[in-house]
Design a protein around this ligand. Structure first.
Ligand code: ADP
Ligand code: MG
Length: 293
């Protein structure tokens, strides 16, 4: 990966939260690059650190250690004002729960981020609102408020809103989690089409396998660690497996060979519990993994 082509770079990023007297390691020593114009999925089970990673990339959270570099700029040294400026010009968000203003119409929701930009004229604002509502197929619903729209339509308004500032990167935290599968897939298809038409970089989190399949980059996380980084070229995925993945596989192996677990494995109920854990880990690590990597 050439650094010149990266729009985001994470270098040994860690994030710890203090929960009472206990430290929660939400992200542990994660490094990867996001190349310009990719459609990247962050996959992993609940609690694996997906939202934390997106918040770090989106500069709404700062790392406990390591560096986050956005568009060539190390964000660590920046003041809150500078970060807000970088965010408003470079990054947009799409949320699981859409986060539209209920009292505003679809077009007013899309216009909202543009009102914070004095450099954009009223005519330009109106032009963009029209253009992006049309892009997501909602021209006819411009005057509808969120409660007059379906879940899929609300998420399309949120996509139009995210695009209105013409960001380089759109971050979407489980954008399909509140939608039925078919609607979720159509939302992802719209995002993918926009990614290709406007060359906007998309980073989204999901645990839906079928949604993941639309990506051309895949970051797999488990327990705050990066376990695999996948690159799709043509129809073929190749995976770089990380030290963290190797460590977990060794753990699975150890579990299976542990003499202390012999009795456990002979008890059908306990065996099931242990194997479930092993299979779960396997599922997280194993599927997709190309051993040539
Ligand atoms: P995911 O999005 O994959 O479900 P998260 O990034 O939300 O995972 O969380 C990763 C871990 O960090 C979890 O164990 C979660 O409980 C913990 N965590 C996230 N945010 C906070 C917080 N503000 N305070 C304490 N712990 C947190
Ligand atoms: Mg989350």
């Amino acid at each position: 990966m050439s650094p010149a082509k990266s729009v985001v770079r994470l270098e040994h990023v860690c994030k710890e939260y203090q929960l009472g007297s206990e430290a929660v390691h939400a992200v542990r020593d994660v490094s990867f690059d996001i190349e310009d114009k990719v459609f990247l999925a962050i996959a992993g089970p609940s609690g694996s650190g997906k939202s934390t990673l997106l918040n770090l990339i989106g500069c709404i959270d700062t790392p406990s250690a390591g560096r986050v570099i956005i568009d060539g700029q190390d964000v660590s040294g920046k003041t809150p004002d500078e970060l807000a400026e970088l965010r408003s010009r470079t990054i947009s968000f799409i949320f699981q729960t859409f986060n539209l203003f209920p009292v505003l119409t679809a077009e007013e929701n899309v216009e909202y981020p543009l009102l914070q930009r004095p450099d954009i004229s009223k005519a330009e604002r109106q032009e963009r609102v029209k253009f992006f509502l049309n892009t997501v197929g909602l021209s006819k619903f411009a005057k509808h408020r969120p409660n007059q729209l379906s879940g899929g339509q609300r998420q399309r308004v949120a996509i139009a809103r995210a695009l209105s500032t013409r960001p380089r990167i759109v971050l979407a935290d489980e954008p399909t989690a509140n939608l039925d599968h078919k609607t979720g897939e159509s939302i992802l298809s719209i995002m993918r089409a926009i990614n290709q038409a406007f060359e906007t970089t998309f980073v989204f989190s999901t645990h839906d396998q079928r949604v993941m399949a639309m990506a051309d980059r895949l970051v797999r996380v488990s327990d705050g660690e990066l376990t695999a980084f996948g690159v799709k070229s043509g129809e073929r995925w190749s995976f770089v497996r990380t030290k963290a993945a190797a460590k977990q596989e060794a753990e699975v192996q150890r579990l299976q060979e542990d003499p202390d677990l012999k009795d456990v494995l002979e008890d059908p109920v306990l065996r099931e519990m242990v194997m479930e854990d092993v299979n779960l880990r396997r599922a997280l690590l194993g599927d997709h993994v190309d051993n040539s990597g």
